[in-house]
Design a protein around this ligand. Structure first.
Ligand code: PLP
Ligand code: COI
Length: 341
C-alpha cells in the first residue's frame, strides 16, 4: 500500500526514506551491498570526494503502471553510463548486475513511497559513487562507496507543464575532451554559479554552447536540448561533450519507430535555432520541459507554442514516452524492467 502522501503537490525535493543501499570497495573489490536505515554518511575527513571531487551519480525513476506493477525504465543504460563515469574518474566501476540489483532492492524496500499511477509523481532514484578513502596528493582514493537513495518527486520545474524560458550562457559547461559526456558531480558544481545567475534573471535553466567555437548548441545544465523542425523532424544536437541522455536516446527511437517521424542527430548551430518550430529540454528529472523562449544575449527567440502550453509534437512525444513508462503504450523490447514487490 502506498503511503498517505499528497502526491500531486510534490516538487523535486530531497526526502529521507526508510532504506538506502550502500556497498564499499576496499582491497581491490566491491563488498556485498546492504540496505541500511542511517541517512548520514561517515567517511574520512581526507576523502577523495571531499578533497578532489572524485564522484559521479545517476538518476532514474520507478513508476507504478496502470495495472499496478512497479517498473523502472531502461536501468541498464544508467548502469552502463555509470561504468563510463567511474572509468573516466578512475573509480572502480559497479557491474551492471550489481547496479540493477541495488535499484531493485531500494525500490522494493521503499515500495510504499512509489507514487500511485495517475498522480503525476514518480520515485526518483539517485545512485552515486565516490572516493571515501583518504588522499592528500592528487591521486585516486584508496576506497570507494556506491550508494543509492530514493524519494518521491513531482515536477522538476516550478512552471509545471508550462513552457520555460532559458538563456544562452556565457559560461562553459564542459571542455572538449573533458568530462561533459559523463555524469561527474564536478560538472554540476561548476553549473551552480551560472545557474544561480540565470535564476536571478528569471530563467529556468542555461543552455551552454560548445566551448571551442561558441556557435553550436550543447545542452542545458541538467538536460539535453531537442528541437522540432517546421516539417516535424526531431533534431537532437550531437557533440562528444554532451551527456548521452537516456531520455533523449529513447525519444529518438519513439519518434522514429512509433510516431514515424524523421530524426536527425547532428550538430545544431545557434544561428539556426530561430527556424525551429518547437524546442524542449529532456531528461529523467524533467521528462520533457517545453521551451517557450530563449534569451540569446538580449535577443529573444520565441517559439510558436508561447508560454502557456507545449507545442503539439513535443506533447505527442511526451505522451508516448510517459505512456511507455506507465504501461499504457507498448514498450520496445527490453525497455521496461519490472520489480517484484
Ligand atoms: N544532461 C545532463 C547534463 C543531465 O544532468 C541529465 C540528467 O541526467 C541529462 C542530460 C538527461 O539525461 P537522462 O535522460 O539520462 O536523465
Ligand atoms: C536527472 O534528470 O536525473 C538529473 O540528474 C538532472 C538533474 C536533477 C541533475
Amino acid at each position: 500500500m502506498a503511503k498517505n502522501i499528497d502526491w500531486e503537490s510534490l516538487g523535486f525535493d530531497y526526502t529521507a526514506l526508510d532504506y538506502r543501499y550502500v556497498a564499499r570497495w576496499k582491497d581491490g573489490q566491491w563488498g556485498k551491498g546492504e540496505l541500511i536505515t542511517d541517512p548520514t554518511v561517515h567517511i574520512s575527513e581526507c576523502a577523495g570526494v571531499l578533497q578532489y571531487g572524485q564522484a559521479a551519480f545517476e538518476g532514474l525513476k520507478a513508476y507504478t503502471t496502470k495495472d499496478g506493477r512497479i517498473v523502472t525504465f531502461r536501468p541498464d543504460l544508467n548502469a552502463e553510463r555509470m561504468i563510463d563515469s567511474a572509468n573516466r574518474l578512475v573509480m572502480p566501476p559497479v557491474s551492471k548486475e550489481m547496479f540493477i540489483e541495488a535499484v531493485d532492492a531500494v525500490v522494493k524496500a521503499n515500495k510504499e513511497y512509489v507514487p500511485p499511477y495517475g498522480t503525476g509523481a514518480t520515485l526518483y532514484i539517485r545512485p552515486y559513487i565516490y572516493g571515501c578513502g583518504p588522499v592528500i596528493g592528487v591521486a585516486p582514493a584508496p576506497e570507494y562507496e556506491f550508494r543509492m537513495i530514493a524519494m518521491p518527486v513531482g515536477r522538476y520545474f516550478k512552471a509545471g507543464v508550462k513552457p520555460v524560458a532559458v538563456k544562452i550562457s556565457d559560461y562553459d559547461r564542459a571542455a572538449p575532451m573533458g568530462t561533459g559526456m559523463i555524469k561527474a558531480s564536478l560538472n554540476y558544481a561548476m553549473s551552480l554559479y551560472p545557474g544561480m545567475k540565470a535564476h536571478e534573471e528569471g530563467y529556468a535553466e542555461n543552455i551552454y554552447l560548445d566551448p571551442k567555437t561558441r556557435t553550436k548548441i550543447e545542452e542545458a545544465g541538467g538536460m539535453n536540448v531537442i528541437f522540432i523542425t517546421k516539417d516535424g523532424t526531431l533534431v537532437t544536437p550531437k557533440s562528444n561533450s554532451i551527456l548521452p541522455s537516456v531520455t533523449r536516446r529513447s525519444l529518438e527511437v519513439v519518434a522514429r519507430d512509433i510516431l514515424g517521424m524523421k530524426v536527425e542527430h547532428r550538430e545544431v548551430t545557434l544561428e539556426e535555432v530561430p527556424q525551429f518550430e518547437e524546442c524542449g529540454l529532456c531528461g529523467t528529472a524533467a521528462v520533457i520541459a517545453p521551451v517557450g523562449k530563449i534569451n540569446n544575449h538580449g535577443e529573444e527567440i520565441c517559439f510558436p507554442c508561447g508560454m502557456e502550453k507545449a507545442g503539439p509534437v513535443l506533447q505527442k512525444l511526451y505522451d508516448t514516452l510517459t505512456g511507455i513508462q506507465m504501461g499504457t503504450v507498448e514498450a520496445p523490447e527490453g525497455w521496461i524492467h519490472e520489480i517484484e514487490c
